[in-house]
Design a protein. Structure first.
Ligand SMILES: Nc1ncnc2c1ncn2[C@@H]1O[C@H](COP(=O)(O)OP(=O)(O)OP(=O)(O)O)[C@@H](O)[C@H]1O
Length: 260
């Protein structure tokens, strides 16, 4: 499989505090790559740096074979091939679900006739099973529906690569499960590759192909879900199995900073 995203030796800081020291990994076409790690380890920071929402200290990010340096932003072609589902959903309250989903089209293709935009948006809303909410406002729909509306907006331009920051956070287990299944469905129907930040173990077990586990600014493990779940590393054993390995007593165990 080809790698459609490559992160090489990324270093990122806020002021004097370096959060990511040296991060490298790739995303293959058609795969769901998850970014894992304890709270505060820098998962969202990684996403914001890879997406070039903020400038990095060092490192190269290569999208679809095109490389961008640490201080460079993404070009418009790369942005159009990339979708983002923000943690909050970030829907505009005074726009309908359809108008929200139309925003990327208006920005990228301002001259497209409105009827054509509406047809595309109807298609995307159908894909996320939300066509019935076309004319509704965000305040009139449930949390799970808001996530699906935000997802319709994220796939408006039929991206090849979709970034999702904590997609199931704040959802009840049933709604979270249906969102996970929807992400798998979109991967299969649209062929979109994904980078998903999550700490929801149930979601991880459903959608993850491969993961990177971040620790102290480095990649502790880059592996498949199966390898992660079978790993002897105490941190990964705790993360995936929620159990304390025999060879560590409780005192040793709490020296690890991995309580989510
Ligand atoms: N805008 C910012 N300015 C300064 N420090 C920040 C900023 N955003 C995040 N941080 C710090 O960077 C570190 C990593 O934060 P980040 O949100 O990337 O972690 P995370 O792994 O996504 O956490 P969580 O799982 O809790 O969402 C934390 O110590 C956080 O306090």
């Amino acid at each position: 499989m080809d790698e459609i995203l490559k992160v090489d030796h990324l270093k990122a800081s806020y002021g004097n505090e370096t959060i990511l020291k040296d991060i490298s990994f790739g995303v293959k076409k058609g795969e769901i790559r998850m970014v894992l790690g304890s709270s505060g380890c820098g998962k969202s920071t990684l996403l914001n740096n890879v997406l070039k929402f903020i400038k990095s200290d060092e490192g190269t990010i290569t999208y679809f074979g095109k490389s961008f340096g640490p201080k460079e932003g993404l070009d418009s072609e790369t942005r159009m091939r990339t979708g983002v589902l923000f943690q909050s959903g970030a829907l505009l309250a005074d726009l309908t679900v359809a108008e929200n989903a139309m925003l990327p089209l208006k920005r990228s293709m301002p001259y497209m006739p409105k009827s054509q935009m509406e047809a595309i948006v109807a298609d995307r809303l159908e894909k996320v099973h939300l066509l019935h909410a076309f004319h509704k406002f965000p305040g009139e729909i449930s949390g799970g529906m808001k996530k699906r509306a935000a997802l319709a907006r994220a796939i408006a331009l039929k991206p090849e690569l979709l970034f999702c920051d904590e997609p199931s956070t704040g959802l009840d287990p049933v709604t979270a499960r249906s969102l996970d299944e929807l992400l798998l469905e979109l991967r299969d129907t649209l062929g979109v590759s994904m980078v998903i930040v999550s700490h929801e173990l149930e979601s991880i077990k459903i959608v993850c192909d491969r993961f990177v586990y971040l620790k102290d600014g480095y990649v502790l493990k880059d592996a498949t879900l199966k390898e992660g779940m079978e790993s002897d590393d105490p941190i990964l054993r705790h993360f995936f199995n929620r159990q304390c390995p025999k060879e560590y007593n409780a005192e040793d165990f709490y020296h690890f900073d991995f309580i989510d």
